[in-house]
Each structure stands twice: as structure tokens, then as C-alpha cells.
Ligand binder design. Structure first.
Ligand code: CAA
Length: 270
């Protein structure tokens, strides 16, 4: 197992900036890379706002917030990922764009670097085909807001090595997260359960069953969800939800009712 000492995060959006923040908060020097200067500026602002909340709450000292911010170097150049032990890619959920980015990173980075994608739905094995060492390629799926959510789904591709997996699980713990060693896509544990819920909520609006606010209220009042499924869909981004749903639709062929619900021996699943 390798102990990660520094990392590069590709993409300064909501997820990329959140990942950069938690890595820097764990003491790692981070290079946050985005071709867009605007996106880099917004990403750094998001990090400062998030740290300011913690300072205001009294859970972070102002000098620590400053030190965390200083550990993050924003850069527009992909080549700045060249010295990183670990590269985490958190760009738009589009397979062709991700593969093109990984080809460039493969040329720019060290041969012993670990490559991780934050994809929520694309096959890790297919993305890994863009790099020379697929055994060092893995999925690290974070949740929004990254500084708050305690889970990272660690996804192996067909050729991901046990060492790469152990390295990323160890790092996830240092980031203060629980690492769920997921199986291969499209079997990401969370989305195969969450997305059908969001899908049905959207159908309910589409079919005029209820207004979005009413559906969300049911889940907040009746299930103690912090936000209803439609607010959550907006929070994730409808374009991202659509991508995930399409991957799940292609990846699963199933009957309407899972046979296990009738066949569980004692009428319980757990
Ligand atoms: N940075 C740091 N802290 C933050 C934060 C941020 N960006 N956002 C919220 N917080 C903290 C607040 O400081 C607050 O902390 P305390 O309880 O210690 O005071 C806490 O989180 C709750 O925040 P708020 O009181 O402001 O607001 P809230 O109670 O409405 O909670 C929420 C906000 C945490 C986002 C909550 O609504 C929630 O948990 N929503 C569900 C989020 C969710 O399901 N995320 C997963 C989406 S799926 C995904 O991300 C994967 C994918 O592939 C797309």
C-alpha cells in the first residue's frame, strides 16, 4: 500500500472544490486544476465560504482555515498534476470528455501515480482503458456537500489492483470518510437505490399526481429526509441525474418486482 502525500484534483466545480477542501483539511497539499479561470475563482470562493461556516460555528480556528486555503494551489494547467501521488478527476459526467482528459493526464503524470475518477455512473473499467496502467485506476465517488457527507464509494475496475484499492481506502479514512468498497459499475450501491426514487418522484410530477413541493414535503415529514427527492435532484443537478439514470437503464434488465421481496425466508431483508 502507498501512503498518499499530495494530490491533484481535476475540476473546480461543486465536487472538485469540495474534494480539494477535505484533502487540504487532512493536511495534503492539493493542486486544484480547471481550464476555466472563472471556475477556479468560484471553486476557491466556495472553499473559503465553507471553511468560514466552520470558523463561525467554532469547530475550526481561523488560522487553520487560512492554512487549509494556502495548501490549495489553483491552476489552469493539466500538466501541474505531473508530480501528484494521487489524481482525482471530478469533471462533467461525460465519458468521452473524461477519457480525453485521462489520456492527457496519463501523458503528464508519474507512472506510479494513482488515478481516481469521481464518476457516479460511468464504468471504471472503460475509463481505465484511457491510461497505460489500468491497475492503478479506481473510482472514488464522493457525495455533495463533500465536507459534510461521510461516505466515499470506492469502485474497482476489472483490472484495479488490491494495492490501489487499499491505498484509496486508507486515504478515505484520513479524509474522515467511511469507504464503501463497491463492486463494479453499474452497481454503485447508492445510486441504484436513490435514482429510482428520484425517477418516480419526477414521474409523479409529470403525470400530475402532485406538485413538486408536496412530494418533497411527504419525504421530509414522513421519512425525516433532510430534503425531498426533487430538491435533492436539483441539488445533484438534473443533467447529472439524467446521465446516471440512463447508465442504470442500460446496465440493468429486471422485472418490475424483485423476486427476493416475495422469497425472503423470514419476510425480512436484514
Ligand atoms: N461546508 C461545510 N459545512 C456545511 C456545508 C458546506 N458546504 N453545507 C452544510 N454544512 C453544514 C452546516 O454547517 C451544518 O452543520 P451543523 O449541523 O454542525 O451546524 C450542517 O451541515 C447542516 O447545514 P444547514 O443547517 O445549513 O442546512 P441543512 O440542515 O438544510 O443541511 C444539507 C444541508 C447537509 C445539505 C442537508 O440538506 C442534506 O444532508 N441534504 C441531503 C444531501 C444529500 O443527500 N447529498 C448526497 C447527494 S448524491 C451525491 O452527491 C452523489 C452524486 O453522485 C451526485
Amino acid at each position: 500500500m502507498q501512503v498518499i502525500q499530495n494530490c491533484a484534483v481535476i475540476g473546480a466545480g461543486t465536487m472538485g472544490s469540495g474534494i480539494a477542501q477535505v484533502a487540504a483539511s487532512a493536511g495534503l497539499p492539493v493542486t486544484m486544476i480547471d481550464a476555466s479561470a472563472d471556475a477556479l475563482g468560484r471553486g476557491m470562493q466556495r472553499i473559503q465560504d465553507s471553511l468560514a461556516r466552520l470558523v463561525k460555528k467554532g469547530t475550526l480556528k481561523p488560522e487553520d482555515a487560512e492554512a487549509i486555503t494556502k495548501r490549495i494551489k489553483p491552476s489552469p494547467e493539466l500538466s501541474e498534476a505531473g508530480g501528484a501521488d494521487l489524481v482525482i478527476e471530478a469533471i462533467f459526467e461525460d465519458e468521452a470528455v473524461k477519457r480525453a482528459t485521462w489520456e492527457k493526464l496519463n501523458a503528464a503524470c508519474r507512472a506510479d501515480a494513482i488515478f481516481a475518477s469521481n464518476t457516479s455512473s460511468i464504468s471504471i473499467s472503460r475509463l481505465a482503458a484511457a491510461v497505460a496502467n489500468p491497475e492503478r485506476f479506481i473510482g472514488m465517488h464522493f457525495f455533495n456537500p463533500v465536507p459534510v457527507m461521510k461516505l466515499i464509494e470506492v469502485i474497482r475496475g476489472n483490472r484495479t489492483s488490491p494495492e490501489a484499492c487499499a491505498t484509496v481506502v486508507e486515504l478515505s479514512k484520513r479524509l474522515g470518510k467511511n469507504a464503501d468498497r463497491g463492486q463494479r459499475l453499474p452497481r454503485l450501491h447508492l445510486h441504484r437505490v436513490l435514482m429510482p426514487l428520484i425517477n418516480e418522484a419526477i414521474f409523479a410530477v409529470y403525470e400530475g399526481v402532485a406538485k413538486p413541493e408536496a412530494i418533497d414535503e411527504i419525504f421530509k415529514l414522513g421519512m425525516a429526509h433532510p430534503m425531498g427527492p426533487l430538491t435533492l435532484a436539483d441539488f445533484i443537478g438534473l443533467d447529472v441525474c439524467l446521465n446516471i439514470m440512463e447508465v442504470l437503464q442500460r446496465g440493468f434488465r429486471r422485472s418490475q418486482v424483485p423476486p427476493l421481496s416475495a422469497a425472503a425466508p423470514d419476510g425480512r431483508l436484514r
